[in-house]
Design a protein around this ligand. Structure first.
Ligand code: FES
Ligand SMILES: [Fe+2]
Length: 329
């Protein structure tokens, strides 16, 4: 990422911090997101929690701790913390320090992902990410791949409205927008058609319905009407710090013929999406973010997308508010 511009911070939103199968009951992991080391663990009953990494007692790193039933236990003096972060027990068997509390992050878990809510001031969640159909509704589970990229969630999500690069970078035969972008609070929706050549003779047309639910979660509903195929793609951008992300891509297919064929379809979609972000990544890593781009006719709705993005930086909104001129009477 070029050095000329810094986004106002990490945008407010839900971010994937693990796939569900990466964090098993009784396990604890040190992860890095939102610019700091954090502790991710699953209790014996199956609840996932995310907390700060340093014990409020005397500062030990909880990465060397253990999960004890429903609690997180520090390895230094054996203090235990409940899922809400409060100290519930000391190894001394006496009163617990009432103020000892770990900072915790709000968690949701569905579709095979663990999501954490990020707000720079620690405010509670303002929306939820959608729960998508899974195996009980005739869709496969998601197949997930992950890469590390030196970039920012606003840059990677901008891809979903940047129709101009679909042809140049990804080799689509054609790409066009269908209707206007719809923006409703934190949700942005857009529809595209793409034509994709398969060899010299065959071309197929796919419809993309893009839904962006904050900058960490983009859903693309793909339909290839000619073959009756439906696929859900996810692009999940999670900030490790201000300048680095883990970018997970995922695909789930609606049952299409026999199950092995459906799985093959999902695999092909996952492979294709992973290939596409592999084509984008070197551009993201070396580009500059231009606050005032010179847009041309034929570009996707990039200006509208950027206006939508502003709501995810409360620090910037407040900075603007405090700068309002005060006029003396
Ligand atoms: S530092 Fe964690 S229990 Fe003492
Ligand atoms: Fe792309």
């Amino acid at each position: 990422m070029g050095e000329s511009f810094r986004f106002p911070g990490i945008p407010v939103g839900w971010y994937v911090v693990a796939t569900s199968d990466e964090v098993r009951a009784g396990q604890l992991h040190t992860v890095k997101y939102f610019g700091e080391e954090l502790i991710l663990y699953r209790t014996e009953s199956g609840q996932v929690h995310l907390t700060e990494a340093y014990c409020p007692h005397l500062g030990a790193h909880l990465g060397s701790g253990t999960v004890q039933g429903e609690n997180l236990r520090c390895s230094f003096h054996g203090f235990e913390f409940g899922g809400d972060g409060r100290c519930v027990r000391t190894a001394y068997g006496k009163g617990v320090p009432r103020k000892a509390k770990l900072t915790t992050w709000e968690i949701r878990e569905h579709n095979g992902y663990v999501f954490a809510w990020y707000h720079p001031e620690g405010k509670q969640p303002e929306w939820e990410v959608p729960v998508l159909p899974g195996p009980s509704e005739g869709w496969t589970a998601f197949r997930t791949r992950a890469i590390s990229v030196k970039s920012h969630p606003q840059e990677t999500s901008e891809n979903s409205v940047d129709t101009g690069h679909f042809i140049q970078v990804h080799g689509f035969g054609d790409a066009w927008t269908e209707g206007d972008l719809e923006i409703d609070g934190h949700v942005l929706k857009g529809a595209y058609g793409i034509q994709y050549p398969l060899g010299d003779k065959i071309k197929f047309v796919a419809k993309f319905n893009v839904e962006v639910h904050g900058l960490g979660y983009s859903l693309v509903r793909v339909r290839v009407e000619r073959f009756g195929i439906q696929i859900n793609l996810l692009v999940l951008s999670s900030p490790v710090d201000h300048d680095n992300i883990i970018l997970r891509t995922a695909a789930s297919a609606k049952r299409w013929g026999a199950l092995p064929i459906t799985n093959l379809l999902r695999e092909a979609a996952s492979w294709g999406l992973n290939r596409e972000v592999g084509q984008d990544a070197p551009i993201w890593e070396t580009k500059r973010y231009l606050d005032r781009p010179m847009l041309a006719e034929g570009d996707g709705p990039i200006g509208e997308y950027r206006r939508y993005c502003k709501q995810f930086y409360p620090q910037q909104a407040e900075a603007k508010t405090t700068k309002l001129p005060v006029v003396a009477a």
